[in-house]
Write a protein that binds this ligand. Sequence first.
Ligand SMILES: [Zn+2]
Length: 95
Amino acid sequence: MTVFNMMEILAKEILDRHWDHLGMPCSCATCRNDVLALLLNALPPRYVSTEKGQMFVKAAALNEQFRVDLLQELYRAARAVAARPSHPLAGENGA
Ligand SMILES: [Zn+2]
């Protein structure tokens, strides 16, 4: 039986979709993962079986309030990482 956190999939999806609009000072994999981790810490986990997970995703996608909340948390996480990146931003660290 595979059990996984649907919130993780939804968080990655919304991060991918909005990353370019977050205005991050650095867009390396580290900063991206930092945003994702902060976002996931702010969200309640939703552990589900595969079949239930698909239903949950469909329901969540239709729930506008849920998407608004998720987006709000995404921007909050992005601001936090932008304010305090986990690595120095000096120079062109183009990775
Ligand atoms: Zn970075």
